[in-house]
Design a binder for this molecule. Structure first.
Ligand code: IMP
Ligand code: MG
Length: 178
């Protein structure tokens, strides 16, 4: 099996490009068949940029839109601690059917923060789609509507996912070699 080196670690192919395409197709088909109207996809940067690009080309729902956000955390005042903010969300979400696009859901902390920041915006419907999901690591009760593939608690890179910011350009998904 072909391996690659990123920083200090060795990775081996886990989901080849062809397998990723099948997973993306299955998620797109489920969304296309869901009956949702005029969806607004919101991709969470940086990791979801390739997943978002590929899934959008498979969406056949009329008037589908896409926008991109980034979750920024910064240290607030001493009393407030860490403050989370969504960067890039400019449009009015009132009455919209939102579908979040995530590369991977691990503990669910990121998803929970995103959902908090979408509260009180009079959204019509809110769904979450993720390429990869680690059920053994997930600690939240929030349901995930569209899951591409559930994986063990292995660290994965490629197809948008990084190891300390590198590896996002790899066409296959790799996992850490033991
Ligand atoms: P969370 O634990 O669900 O909040 O996941 C937070 C973030 O950790 C994800 O959006 C990814 O950026 C990153 N992450 C989690 N697991 C992996 C992995 O296996 N490879 C690369 N990044 C990961
Ligand atoms: Mg990362």
């Amino acid at each position: 099996m072909k391996t690659i080196q990123l920083h200090d670690k060795t990775f081996e192919v886990y989901i080849p490009e062809t397998g990723i395409a099948e997973i993306v197709n299955s998620v797109a088909t489920a969304i296309n068949n869901s009956g949702v109207e005029k969806p607004l996809f919101i991709a969470v940067l940086n990791g979801s940029f390739l997943f978002a690009a590929d899934i959008m080309r498979k969406i056949t729902i009329p008037n589908a839109e896409i926008s991109f956000i980034k979750l920024a955390s910064y240290q607030g005042t001493e009393s407030s601690g860490i403050v989370n903010e969504l960067i890039g969300l400019n449009q009015d979400l009132k009455g919209r059917n939102i579908i979040i696009l995530e590369d991977i859901i691990d503990t669910g902390n990121t998803l929970e923060k995103i959902i908090e920041l979408f509260q009180n915006k009079e959204i019509a419907s809110f769904k979450t789609a993720t390429l990869l999901y680690k059920p053994k690591a997930y600690k939240k009760e929030i349901p995930i509507d569209y899951i591409g593939k559930s994986i063990p608690n292995d660290f994965v890179v490629g197809y948008g996912l990084d190891y300390e910011e590198i590896g996002r350009n790899l066409p296959h998904i790799y996992k850490l070699k033991n």
